[in-house]
Ligand binder design. Structure first.
Ligand SMILES: Nc1ncnc2c1ncn2[C@@H]1O[C@H](COP(=O)(O)OP(=O)(O)OP(=O)(O)O)[C@@H](O)[C@H]1O
Ligand SMILES: [Mg+2]
Length: 287
């Protein structure tokens, strides 16, 4: 199966998140590489060892980003710092080398702010990449499109020979599901968010959120027009809603692949990128 390796990677991370165990010793790593994803809905930190195996991770809700851009610098530093401390306490050693990612096209200013946040939290920044490139690392994508539907945005990127050749970002995501449910059911946004993630209720909610899914599918369809894309790979927490991948596939008429735990895909890819960048910097130093 196409996403077998990606699913194994994400599953290994899930087992380790929050200090979880999978039988491997927690403190045996020679090197630690960290990825921090500062998203609209969640801030996630992932730690990998020298072999790229997940060691530990932290996830916290936070509203420090709007439509892909950092809007609350100080709170972002606090959240990143607090995840770093928790992880360091559990691992009994400092985390130093880090990477992060931003929506494509915002690398310049938003990327700089993100790097500053990481430095303020006490990290050494190896690099800031774009989000779809991070997701593509996890799913081993060389050719195809990545569609990352997070809390606030839908990011679409087309890859050719492993390089991003086109990308776009639209402010439609999980928050819009919440708005539709809150309005339709006469409940608060936080109640809507809870119900949306309750597996027992999702089937009943599908007709209400279907228009938002169709909007995401239409956005994707419009952006992919003119590009030769034969497979779409999903990432981002919103893609976990049952029926989402099937609706996308029906709309686009090409295979749409959904990894397990899509919410963890981009954060994991960022940590993988940190490891790649740090290892290549080390190799250069040795020469
Ligand atoms: N099981 C689920 N079903 C539907 N939606 C879910 C599920 N789990 C999480 N979500 C939604 O996924 C979103 C968070 O996803 P993710 O962490 O990928 O976003 P983010 O990276 O913080 O945001 P962005 O990339 O837009 O800045 C939230 O809107 C949340 O409600
Ligand atoms: Mg995201």
């Amino acid at each position: 199966m196409a996403l077998e390796k990606a699913n194994e990677r994400v599953k290994a991370l899930e087992l380790r998140m929050g200090g979880g165990h999978d039988g491997r010793p927690a403190n045996g790593a020679k090197q630690l590489y960290t990825g921090v994803d500062i998203g609209t809905a969640n801030v996630v930190t992932v730690v990998l060892d020298e072999d790229g195996k997940p060691v530990d991770g932290e996830i916290m809700p936070g509203s420090v980003v709007r439509e892909g851009m950092v809007v609350d610098y100080f709170r972002a530093v606090e959240l990143v710092e607090s995840q770093k401390q928790k992880l360091e306490e559990r691992l009994g050693r400092p985390l130093t080398r880090v990477a992060s990612a931003v929506p494509p096209g915002t690398e310049q200013d938003n990327g700089k702010i993100t790097a500053n946040i990481l430095e303020a939290a006490g990290y050494e920044v190896q690099g800031i990449i774009d989000e779809p490139t991070a997701a593509a690392l996890v799913m081993d994508i060389k050719d195809g499109a990545v569609v990352d539907v997070g809390g606030g945005t839908t990011g679409i990127s087309v890859l050719k020979n492993g390089k991003v050749v086109f990308s776009a970002d639209q402010a439609t995501g999980g928050a819009h599901f919440d708005l539709v449910l809150a309005g339709g059911l006469g409940i608060s946004i936080s109640e809507a968010e809870e119900r949306k993630r309750d597996v027992k209720q999702q089937k009943r909610l599908l007709p209400m959120v279907r228009p938002v899914m169709e909007k995401v599918a239409t956005i994707t369809q419009n952006y992919l027009r003119g590009h030769k894309v034969d497979t779409v790979y999903l990432a981002g927490g919103t893609c976990a809603f049952p029926g989402f991948a099937a609706l996308m596939e029906q709309f686009l008429g090409i295979p749409v692949l959904l990894p397990q735990r899509p919410l963890l895909v981009t954060p994991l890819g960022i940590a993988m990128a940190c490891r790649n960048m740090a290892m290549s910097a080390d190799r250069k130093k040795e020469r």
